[in-house]
Design a protein around this ligand. Structure first.
Ligand code: NAD
Length: 490
């Protein structure tokens, strides 16, 4: 097979290749956290834009890795001249592979932090984007505050060596830009965090304040932090993908990416030095991302919870298998349409019904092989954020949520830690030590599980919630998950 690099590109015929002159593309975006998701999402959108609009050539991407493990990405992307393949797997088994060309430079910060600072300080750099995971924002989950005691942060603030963290590098670059009279770039978070722009703003400002108040004031005034909602299921690269891509396309890609065909990016239009014309390649550029975030959280994410406990109790271990079960499908569709959707805000031009249809199709995609166990993990973080607001908002307007209440009951039944055959369930949750005993106790003290005010607020006092919840919980115990679903949906 053909090695993947700039020189060999012309010889590749087994996959779509960039149809634009990459030598003319220069970096205008510096991206921290070049992992699977960035390559399947933002890099793909920029690749589309570069192919469709010659004027976009100043928006190439310079990828940056800061963690020791990112040397693996350097060792792939540098010899491959930034090129990699993206393979999309459709629910019907169809597969398409294309070569993505938008990453035109890759810098590994530990090799040469000075080169990263030079790139960030260059007036041509107008956006700094991030997919550094939730942990990358360095806030304490208990206090919600920036964790100033993190030793890497302490070292960067102390300043005896070049910066090593995203915070140290970006802030030093902003200091240089301020000194040199260069405007601030925009910091664009693409992480899966509600209000990701707000999160980036508060953590970068917290770091800057620890370093220099005047600089922090300048950043507060000059740096934009747009919020965004991003969506495309992108698993870690499975071990056999390299061989599969080589066999199908003849391309030897040392680190290919696979993802579902669905993709969505809703981006707040808030940029200090301009932005690429992403709206021409499918990005929804809007004034306010919040309604779109709510749609995703209350339909996709809450839908995952509606599927996972019932799915587990019915014996499924993969999301696509559960999503293909008629009863679960009906539960999902009806929860989304009758309950979740009724709490959403107006979004001009968005067809929620077809969004729901697409979700059900995505959940049933066998190529993604997402596990029920992953969805059940850390339920105490998920249910309160995604599902309970639906129940609460509906109660406030006098409406019950029988299906959502049954989902809470299915979580309770699952959290007892024993399935319908008497086999143990491994309840993986940071609160498992409290949740499991409480779920068991609810056999004799029915509201014991939902009485925890930290998780459930005052729902245990609301008859509109407790009546359907207790009915579903009792049915799950006496008749099982199948009969409960059948009766609930009849
Ligand atoms: P990945 O493991 O492939 O890549 C993560 C990247 O983040 C790596 O480059 C890693 O070095 C970097 N990183 C991690 N912690 C960091 C830190 N403290 N400082 C700097 N860099 C750090 O993961 P991925 O699939 O690319 O996902 C990354 C993020 O993208 C997710 O956490 C999520 O916020 C977002 N996202 C992912 C998906 C998905 O389906 N994979 C979907 C939507 C959003």
């Amino acid at each position: 097979s053909t090695p993947l690099n700039a020189e060999s590109l012309a010889r590749i015929d087994g996959a779509a290749v960039p149809a634009y002159d990459r030598t003319a593309v220069t970096p205008g975006i510096v991206h921290f956290g070049v992992g699977a998701f960035h390559r399947a999402h933002q890099a793909m959108y920029l690749d589309r834009l570069l192919a469709s609009d010659p004027a976009a050539k100043e928006w190439g991407i310079c990828g940056v890795g800061v963690r020791p493990a990112d040397s693996a990405m350097r060792d792939v992307l540098v010899p491959q001249d930034g090129l990699f393949t993206l393979t999309l797997k459709h629910p019907n088994g169809d597969t398409e592979t294309s070569v993505i060309g938008s990453i035109v430079e890759y810098l590994f910060a530990p090799d040469d932090p000075g080169a990263v600072l030079d790139r960030l300080s260059d007036p041509a750099t107008r956006i700094v984007s991030l997919t550094v995971t939730e942990g990358g924002y360095n806030f304490s989950p208990t206090t919600g505050e920036f964790d100033a005691a993190n030793p890497d942060i302490v070292a960067d603030l102390e300043g005896s060596a070049p910066p090593s963290t995203v915070f140290g590098l970006v802030t030093e670059a902003l200091a240089r830009r301020r000194e040199r009279g260069i405007p601030s770039f925009t910091v664009m978070s693409c992480d899966n965090i509600q209000g990701n722009g707000h999160m980036a703003r508060s953590t970068f400002l917290a770091y800057a304040r620890l370093r220099d108040e005047a600089l922090a004031d300048w950043i507060e005034k000059n740096t934009r932090f747009p919020n965004s909602m991003v969506d495309r299921i992108t698993p870690a690269t499975p071990p056999d993908l390299t061989d599969e891509v080589a066999a199908r396309t003849g391309i030897a890609d040392a680190w290919p990416v696979v993802a579902e065909p669905f993709t969505q990016w809703v981006l707040e239009d808030d940029f200090s030095m301009g932005r690429p014309g992403l709206e021409t390649v499918g990005v929804q550029v809007v004034d306010d991302v919040i309604p779109y975030e709510l749609m995703k959280l209350r339909l996709l994410n809450a839908g995952h919870q509606a599927l996972c406990y019932f799915g587990y109790l019915l014996g499924y271990r993969y999301v696509h298998d559960a999503a293909s079960d008629d009863d679960i499908r009906t539960l999902l569709r009806r929860y989304m349409i009758e309950e979740g959707r009724t709490t959403l805000q107006e979004m001009p031009g968005v067809d929620v019904e077809s969004y729901i249809d697409t979700l059900l199709e995505r959940f049933a995609n066998p190529a993604i092989a997402d596990t029920i166990a992953r969805l059940c993990q850390d339920s105490s973080d998920r249910i309160p954020k995604w599902l309970l607001p639906v129940i609460r908002e509906r109660l406030a307007s006098g409406q019950r949520s029988e299906l959502a209440a049954a989902v809470v009951a299915s979580w309770t039944r699952y959290a007892e830690g024993t399935d319908e055959q008497g086999e143990p369930i491994d309840v993986v949750d940071s609160l498992a030590a409290e949740l499991v005993p409480r779920a068991k106790r609810s056999r004799t003290d029915p509201l014991a599980f939902v009485a925890d005010r930290d998780l459930f607020g005052t729902l245990a006092d609301e008859e509109g919630f407790t009546t359907p919840y207790l009915a579903a919980l009792d049915s799950l115990r006496t008749k099982g998950a199948r009969a409960t679903l059948t009766e609930l949906l009849s």
